[in-house]
Design a protein around this ligand. Structure first.
Ligand code: SAH
Length: 327
């Protein structure tokens, strides 16, 4: 598919059913019917950046900040492992408290469990990425958010587009499985740029792609902007599956936030991964990147049971392996 064809699908809703069914078939043929669960731990909401859409931006004073320290973090991991998780995702704002040294120690401890480890902690130096990899980190999530450089600059006043790209290149070079993705529905975002996002995922040969609608947060400069369109996000995701075939694609939590059945719909339109939260519920509401997050008061066990039920209800099953990309 070339840009013109991608744009055509993104611009109309008349071919949606065909598109979603085809993405579902590609998903079935290339990665099968299993669904990989990744246990998500949001370990710090402290962030030095100013991303215009994100509730964790450092200018937001209307938020109670927290950090989970090493011992508690390892307890959380242990609990997730006992629930059967084969991948743990450590996510946070860009918090310099977690130095290379601290993170290396944490990574090594976590890797004593028989699991794969994903980091999602933002932009760091190449040398740090190398140390994390050496310590045992397997994967890294760093969404490009948008490939429209002008829009990127507007959305990220305290960051550089070139550095974001550089980070993705470094991660690839160091041998991580690299996840990226974008936000759908940012103010002034065009259909053409979303098509470019999808081509970018292909160009860098992303191993994972997470796509979700933008959801306006009341304590950010974008509080009065419109929410992203569910179907447009779903189409971008389905097209990504059709183009990249064997990669891992999560049914994102943001999709379920704007559509009560969002994750199941996504799983039937190309997705094969779900990332349930395995953290302590006391931190959930504080990690408010966007409002209306689902399952705020549900513990790790409850989330696991709930998603398991949903997955079984569509004749899919939970994978028991680590869930690396199937090449
Ligand atoms: N600091 C890390 C993790 C960011 S949070 C990093 O920079 O990679 C994970 C993702 O949440 C972001 O990549 C962004 O795409 C998404 N996100 C942030 N604010 C959002 C909002 N208002 N609506 C929807 N998704 C949002």
């Amino acid at each position: 598919m070339n840009k013109e064809e991608i744009t055509k699908f993104l611009s109309t809703d008349t071919k949606n059913e065909e598109l979603f069914n085809y993405a579902d078939k590609i998903r079935h043929d290339y990665v099968g019917d299993s669904v990989h669960l990744r246990g998500l731990i949001e370990f710090s909401n402290i962030c030095k950046r100013q991303c215009m859409y994100c509730g964790l931006r450092s200018n937001n004073k209307n938020i109670e900040r927290y950090r989970i320290l090493e011992d508690e973090l390892l307890e959380t991991v242990k609990n997730a492992v006992s629930l059967g998780y084969k991948t743990i995702v450590l996510q946070s704002g860009e918090d310099e408290f977690y130095t290379t040294e601290k993170l290396v120690r944490i990574i090594k401890e976590i890797k004593k469990f028989d699991i794969a480890l994903t980091l999602s902690i933002g932009e760091r130096e190449e040398e740090e990425y190398r140390e994390f990899k050496k310590a045992g980190a397997d994967r890294y999530l760093l969404r490009i958010e948008t490939t429209d450089e002008k829009l990127y600059k507007k959305m990220h006043p305290a960051s550089s587009f070139k550095n974001r790209i550089k980070c993705l290149e470094n991660l690839k070079k160091l041998g991580y499985e690299v996840g990226t993705g974008s936000l759908i529905g940012l103010p002034e975002q065009t259909i053409s740029s979303i098509a470019d996002d999808i081509l970018f995922f292909k160009e860098i040969d992303a191993d994972m792609v997470g796509i979700g609608p933008f959801i306006p947060h009341p304590n950010t400069p974008l509080k009065n902007s419109n929410e992203g369109d569910f179907n447009l996000a779903l189409k971008a995701m389905a097209l990504t599956r059709i183009l990249l075939k064997n990669i891992n694609i999560p049914a994102t939590t943001a999709m379920e936030t704007i559509n009560p059945n969002g994750r199941i719909i996504a799983l039937k339109s190309g997705a094969n991964v779900v990332m349930p939260n395995v953290g302590n519920t006391i931190y959930r509401k504080k990690y408010e990147i966007y409002p209306g997050k689902i399952c705020l008061n549900d513990g790790a066990q409850k989330c696991r049971n709930c998603i398991e039920q949903k997955i079984k209800s569509i004749d899919r099953y939970i994978a028991s392996d680590y869930g690396f990309r199937q090449k």
